[in-house]
Design a binder for this molecule. Structure first.
Ligand SMILES: Nc1ncnc2c1ncn2[C@@H]1O[C@H](COP(=O)(O)OP(=O)(O)O)[C@@H](O)[C@H]1O
Ligand SMILES: [Mg+2]
Length: 293
């Protein structure tokens, strides 16, 4: 079942085309990573999905409903954390969490208190005294304590320290275990690698690639590290070998996946002692898209 369906979405801010063509789907029970550099259009897309701003073109549906016209209906089954969390300065964190939860239509105080403790938030302080990280915690606790079908997080851990980031990741894994659907925008690739079933990569207002991490990895090259008995100089002449670095009897290189057979044949005469292959990191994939390498 498709939870969110976005087709050819566009948004112009006066003369600035922020979104040119955002097309992606979120399936039921999956965590979709929405990744791209600053200014790519992640928050704009999410604001349109939340019904906060109106798109300039294309369509976006959640639960089969129009995100602009049916936003009230949609929000009954939706919990979200925006990129910049703004809070009422004179209310305490605890009061705001309760308010958010009431707006969302959920009341689970046990869960709320557990999360307050896990995220080490002091709920008695007025929101005006909170740091960015603490404001994010308030929104995160309210969202995570809500019983929704779809959770949307816009760079939710950008103000959190690594320990709290780990708490967030644990909680997302729990939601995933319960079969909830999650859209997670992030530029922390390790977070995306750990949590996401699929990713959509956005660049300059356009989704340029979607797929599972495995599928995306097939588009690029594995890295090989070999140790041989003799210096494997011959590798320099083998086609399909890239970025070769030979250091004594060790060689590190990237290999085209359709040339592995020939490459291994070329290595064998040097007597292989050790061989390891490493899949490309999401970071390497990402860099390829941005530098055009
Ligand atoms: N309210 C706004 N008015 C004008 N331009 C905006 C506004 N919000 C975002 N933009 C522009 O739209 C583009 C996409 O921004 P944004 O969606 O915030 O990207 P991201 O969340 O991926 O960093 C950027 O060029 C940004 O400067
Ligand atoms: Mg943003």
């Amino acid at each position: 079942m498709i939870i969110a369906e976005i087709k050819g979405l566009q948004k112009n801010y006066k003369s600035t085309p922020a979104l040119k063509n955002v097309t992606m789907e979120l399936n039921s029970g999956e965590v979709l990573g929405f990744i791209g550099p600053n200014g790519a259009g992640k928050s704009t897309t999410i604001r349109i999905l939340l019904g906060i701003i109106k798109s300039s073109g294309g369509t976006a549906k959640i639960f089969g409903k129009d995100v602009w016209k049916d936003s009230i209906e949609i929000h009954k089954q939706l919990a979200y954390v925006p990129g910049d969390v703004n809070l009422w300065p004179n209310l305490t964190g605890g009061e705001i969490i309760d308010l958010f939860m009431r707006l969302q239509g959920t009341k689970n105080n046990g869960r709320r208190d557990e999360l307050i403790q896990k995220f080490q938030l002091d709920p008695k302080k007025k929101a005006r005294t909170y740091s960015k990280g603490n404001r994010q915690k308030v929104a995160l606790i309210a969202a995570l304590a809500s019983n929704a079908e779809l959770y949307i997080f816009d760079e939710p851990t950008s103000g959190l320290d690594p320990l709290m980031e780990a708490v967030f990741q644990e909680e997302v894994e729990k939601l995933k275990g319960q079969g909830k659907s999650i859209l997670l925008s992030s530029h922390i690739l390790s977070e995306v690698e750990r949590l996401c079933d699929r990713v959509a990569i956005i660049r300059q207002g356009e989704v340029i690639e979607t797929g599972t991490l495995e599928e995306l990895r097939h588009l690029t090259r594995y890295q090989y590290r070999i140790t041989t008995k003799e210096n494997p100089v011959g590798l320099k002449q083998v086609s399909g070998v890239h970025d070769l670095v030979i250091n004594g009897n060790q060689a590190v290189f990237q290999a085209d996946s359709d040339r592995i057979d020939a490459i291994l044949e070329a290595i064998v005469p040097y007597h292989v002692v050790k061989l390891a292959s490493v899949p490309p990191t999401l970071e390497a994939l990402f860099m390829r898209h941005y530098t055009g390498k």
